[in-house]
Design a protein around this ligand. Structure first.
Ligand code: NAP
Length: 299
């Protein structure tokens, strides 16, 4: 088990920022060798403040590693057909190596239609069925960024996963389902015995208490409390929520799906929010962009 996890007040933190920085440094080093830089584009539809913050962080990360980037900002009422045209343009634009369409989209746009329209070679979020299929059968491809980030973190801290009982809370296409598949695979990290839980799961606590590794991606603020976990479990908190907090400069603080203050003491390792999975999602997105660039340029 990782001895280099940072410890404070008796808690072993899996430091997502530190792990993401290491990955970003590797990406930056490789980028220095290219004459033409990898280019990531981000499409954002509407005015969701959280989406704007995430996209801004992705663009800043591009600057840091030496990628070029662009942002396509579209109004809330932008028609689905027009968005599909925009995606076609991005697919055809040879100067753009990867792009994302930030989710969630306004209610009148069907996200599945949008994901299907993205060229799988430029699908750096790793959401296209072709990429999900490749991931599922263990072929190289662009893997979903958040689950890839979790794998990166487990690997960075040398967390032993083989033979461990892993419980994943949430079965979304972007987090719960793909991380369940990745951890069940014959790989390192992997070889876990995985149980997937969702909103119809009965007696959730009985299942969460069996977890050596608990991955929480429910979208329910501070839902997981200390009495729901086994002592010394490893807890990965994917959730991100804004809680109004007049004591902070921006007026809110970030919370996860896990009640950190009590779960941290009982777990052996835990990811904080912020500074856990979030930075790794961004680093993995850039790593996918680098992969897409290399495949498109055959380097
Ligand atoms: P999602 O699509 O809303 O999926 C939530 C999942 O949790 C669903 O499968 C749902 O079950 C399940 N669930 C909801 N309530 C439950 C309950 N009481 N008991 C058991 N399962 C329950 O969410 P998501 O996109 O996977 O995201 C999850 C969280 O992670 C959100 O807070 C999101 O903001 C955050 N997130 C963070 C990052 C990051 O970079 N850190 C990236 C992506 C997402 P059903 O399938 O039955 O509805």
């Amino acid at each position: 088990m990782g001895l280099n996890a940072c410890t404070f007040v008796g808690v072993n933190i899996l430091d997502g920022k530190k792990c993401a920085n290491a990955l970003l440094e590797q990406i930056q080093k490789q980028t220095l060798e290219f004459d033409k830089k990898p280019h990531l584009a981000a499409v954002i539809v509407g005015n969701d403040p959280a989406s704007k913050t995430y996209v801004a962080a992705k663009i800043r990360a591009c600057e840091r590693v030496g990628f070029s980037s662009s942002m396509v900002t579209l109004p809330e009422d932008y028609a689905q057909e027009k968005l599909l045209d925009k995606i076609k343009q991005l697919n055809e634009d040879k100067s753009i190596h990867g792009f994302i369409v930030q989710l969630p989209l306004p209610a009148h746009i069907n996200p599945q239609k949008i994901i299907l329209a993205i060229d799988p070679k430029k699908d750096v979020d790793g959401f296209h069925p072709q990429n999900i299929g490749k991931m599922t059968i263990g072929l190289p491809g662009l893997r979903p960024a958040t689950p890839s980030g979790i794998i990166e973190l487990l690997s960075f801290y040398n967390i032993k996963t083989e033979g461990k009982r892993c419980v994943v809370l949430g079965r979304s296409n972007i987090v719960g389902m793909p991380i369940s598949i990745m951890l069940a695979q014959k790989s390192k990290p992997g070889n876990c015995t995985v149980t997937i839980c969702h909103s119809r799961t009965k007696e959730l606590s009985l299942i969460t208490k069996t977890a050596d590794i608990l991955i929480v991606a429910m979208g329910k603020m501070e839902y997981i409390q200390a009495n729901m976990i086994k002592k010394d479990a490893i807890v990965i908190d994917v959730g991100i929520h804004r809680e109004t907090d007049p004591n902070t400069k921006r007026g809110y603080s970030l919370k996860g799906d896990v009640k950190f203050s009590e779960v941290a003491e009982k777990s052996s390792f835990i990811t904080p929010v912020p500074g856990g999975v979030g930075p790794l999602t961004i680093a993995s997105l850039l790593n996918n962009t680098l992969k897409a660039y290399k495949w498109q340029n055959k380097t």
